[in-house]
Design a protein around this ligand. Sequence first.
Ligand code: APR
Length: 260
Amino acid sequence: MNPDASTAIPPELIAALQQADHVVVFTGAGVSAESGIPTFREALTGLWQRFDAEDLATPDAFRRDKELVWGWYEWRRMQVLRAQPNPAHVAIAGLAQLVPRLTVVTQNVDDLHERAGSTEVLHLHGSLHAPRCFACGRAHLLPPGIPEEPEGGRRLSPPSCQHCGGPVRPGVVWFGEALPEEVLDAAFAAAEACDLLLAIGTSGLVHPAARIPWLAKQAGAKVVQVNPTATALDDECTWTLRSAAGAVMPSLLSGLCQPK
Ligand code: APR
């Protein structure tokens, strides 16, 4: 990443945003990077460093070693609870006040968009904050507050379901599992209906989520990317802003607030 990369926003992009009736903001791990949230693979430190991320994120892994998997997700949840939304999350929530409709479609399992004030948020890959029973599927309420966690995390027994006594699992989508159908349908519909899609902090590699910018483009929307490095989306974008989201998004918002 070039730290001097310009965050200048093309005036044509500001004009396109001013004319848009529906904006989709499609986000990935990069939007939370400046809040200090490690990406999925970066979270494999401490106790978990001898594992592959994909070996911890499957139903089989949970069946095999519940304490290991629950401990890893609880450690990640603690990191999110201690983190704060960054200027990119805040600017996205601010943008929603300036356009007729804005839908956030996120691959992230944190709640930083909501904590920044975004209200229409579709979580394609579930949430660290919505665990449910592995046996009966019913939602499980976690106690409020931030539990103490040792550096690097620890193995932890999952709680038992209040209804059936089954083990509680993280509310995220694991490898080999389908994305929540209603959420995916709503995200595809938003992509096909929007005038402009902003893809922020995503490598655009993980399917089916990665179809979303392509669907928007095929339906005639302008696609804008915010990412300091090259991605699979590069050739599809009307504009690419090659810089960190926490710098670009506030600039974009202030550009939009200038008198026309
Ligand atoms: N601002 C904008 N983009 C950033 C920043 C930043 N400050 N820092 C990093 N990035 C970019 C990286 O350049 C990279 O392209 O964020 C992207 C993160 O890519 P991935 O780690 O592949 O994250 P994501 O696209 O969200 O992955 C999708 O894959 O790991 C699984 O299920 C997990 O939901 C996740 C999915």
